[in-house]
Design a protein. Structure first.
Length: 305
């Protein structure tokens, strides 16, 4: 079983969020998932979240999510940490977390509940219930309707296997208050993506989660190297040259953070397939924008099946 310290160490770096590939019938393509994870490991990625937000967890059945977890764990085969995403309904999240632990997961990412804005005691029961169901390390993912106050996070952090906090809110004022309240009890993970790496590291982040690692892992690794060294100008320059245009497209419509990545992957020769509803595909003119970016960055030559 992975130790809590193992998870902490892996979170202090780049954690890739692989997409869940689907075929034309929207069935999960596990062979494609194996290929993509192995491709990223071969290019230096050492930490993954299986079935996270970019992996479309909320569109997967329990059996599908469990299969995605097992596939990434088996493909990594000890070469990388695998953090399994669970969320939605508490009992289902607990079942998936326990199955992932049994399959050899390094940790569990606790995504928000399916219910909307909930009182803090309800949120504590939800996240604490998942944490207590396993012995491996876990971390909450704050985003959208899942907003943690300093008191709530401090109370959740009393669970011995809660080792980190992943922020996807972009609220750096709240981030500062959380860090001041909890301190180095947790590893602090910037969870909004590759576009704010320099900003979050300047505010005390120790690692970040990456979606562009699906098709340009070296860029994600370079961003971490620069930001971790305190070279924020270099990290910002990398973002402006190689990442900014992708994130500008993502900002156009909810769900484009997944469909834009899948489009880029397909253009690079990496199997990704469509997104499942309620997410939508890019419009043809937006696909052309991604194609132009892929060409400009020379990515077609760096990927492929």
């Amino acid at each position: 079983m992975a130790t809590l310290e193992t998870l902490r160490q892996h979170l202090r770096g780049v954690t890739a969020f692989p997409v869940t590939p689907f075929d034309r019938n929207f069935d999960v393509d596990l062979a494609a998932l194996r290929h993509n994870v192995d491709w990223m490991i071969g290019r230096g990625i050492r930490s993954f979240v299986a079935a996270g937000g970019t992996g479309e967890l909320y569109s997967l059945t329990m059996d599908e999510a469990a299969a995605v977890h097992r596939t990434v764990i088996e493909t990594a085969a000890g070469r990388a940490a695998v953090i399994c995403g669970v969320g939605g309904k508490l009992r289902e999240a607990i079942t998936l977390a326990r199955q992932a632990e049994g399959a050899g997961a390094t940790g569990i990412l606790m995504l928000p509940a399916a219910y909307g804005v909930a009182p803090e005691d309800g949120m504590l029961a939800y996240y604490g219930g998942i944490a207590r169901s396993v012995q491996i390390g876990v971390l909450p993912y704050a985003r959208d309707w899942a907003v943690f106050s300093p008191d709530l996070l401090a109370e959740l952090a009393q669970e011995p296997n809660v080792v980190a906090y992943k922020d996807g809110s972009s609220d750096l004022r709240l981030w500062a208050r959380l860090r001041a309240r909890v301190g180095d009890r947790l590893v602090w993970v910037g969870g909004v993506g590759d576009d704010m790496v320099h900003t979050y590291f300047a505010a005390g982040a120790e690692g970040f989660t990456s979606s562009v690692a699906n098709f340009m892992p070296q860029v994600a690794l370079d961003l971490y190297e620069a930001a971790n060294a305190g070279e924020y100008a270099r990290a910002r320059a990398l973002f402006e040259d190689k990442v900014q245009a992708f994130y500008a497209l993502r900002a156009k419509k909810r769900g484009y953070e997944v469909s834009s990545v899948k489009t880029a992957m397909e253009l690079c020769g990496l199997p990704a397939g469509p997104v499942r509803p309620p997410l939508v595909a890019l419009h043809p003119e937006e696909e052309s924008i991604v194609a132009g970016l892929v060409e400009r960055l020379g990515l077609r030559a760096t990927a492929g099946v």
